[in-house]
Design a protein around this ligand. Structure first.
Ligand SMILES: N[C@@H](CCC(=O)N[C@@H](CS)C(=O)NCC(=O)O)C(=O)O
Length: 223
């Protein structure tokens, strides 16, 4: 996609959601410029006008003029606008198309918020509330069980091939060792899921984004 101007992707070094968008853009060969913001910049101008919710990711696509936020909506925009060959998506209106959306909605409503709350109560909440920690760690386990069971019967979540629905889950799983290394052993408890994550992470596009993420995190730690 040599003729495209780079999409501006507003992200953050540590937060998982923008990296999901980067992975999809890399898979599609859509050029992007990843602007890493500090959390202190998100609730004020100029960012708050781009995303009234004051969170990342958001994108600005100079090729179409759109500004968009919410990572799931951005992923859908990217595949519907740029995945003409259906490399990681499906023909509109087919069952596979809707199944991929179903998994993306599950990722957005069932994985992201619960894994996010697990981080909050394990790492950031000023008081240690065991019941809240247990609730969200158990949700990580429950969501992982759902995926693992499905992957007992198939290699990929939707349509018999790797798609955006699979890669969407990767960034939050990358956070699991930090949240629950002492409580959840993905390899042992959810071997199909563990193997699936490794297959996705070994794809060149995903490996590149994970390398970028590791580099910016290492740089952020040195500051
Ligand atoms: N549902 C939103 C969640 C966005 C979100 O929570 N982003 C985090 C970083 S991964 C953030 O901006 N946190 C800053 C804050 O909460 O102030 C999405 O998927 O885009």
């Amino acid at each position: 996609m040599a003729s495209l101007k780079p999409i501006i992707l507003y992200g953050h070094a540590g937060g998982p959601n923008p990296w999901k968008v980067a992975m999809v853009a890399e898979e599609l060969g859509v050029p992007y410029e990843h602007k890493l913001l500090d959390f202190t910049e998100l609730k004020k101008e100029p960012f708050i006008t781009k995303n009234p919710n004051g969170r990342v990711p958001a994108i600005e696509d100079p090729n179409t003029g759109i500004t968009l936020w919410e990572s799931g909506a951005i992923v859908e925009y990217l595949v519907e606008t740029y995945d003409k060959d259906k490399k990681i998506s499906f023909t509109a209106g087919t069952p596979d198309y809707f199944h991929a959306k179903q998994w993306l909605h599950f990722q957005m409503s069932g994985q992201g918020p619960y894994f996010g709350q697990a981080v909050w109560f394990k790492v950031y909440h000023p008081e240690k509330i065991q019941s809240a920690q247990d609730r969200y760690i158990n949700e990580i386990r429950r969501v992982s069980g759902v995926i693992n069971n499905v992957l007992e019967k198939q290699d990929w979540l939707a349509g018999g091939k790797y798609s955006y629905a699979d890669v969407a889950f990767v960034p939050w799983y990358e956070a699991v060792p930090r949240i629950a290394a002492d409580q959840i052993d993905l390899e042992k408890e959810f071997p199909k899921l563990y193997n699936w994550l490794n297959r996705i992470k070994s794809r060149p596009a995903v490996a590149k984004v994970l390398k970028d993420k590791a580099e910016v995190n290492a740089a952020a730690q040195k500051k």
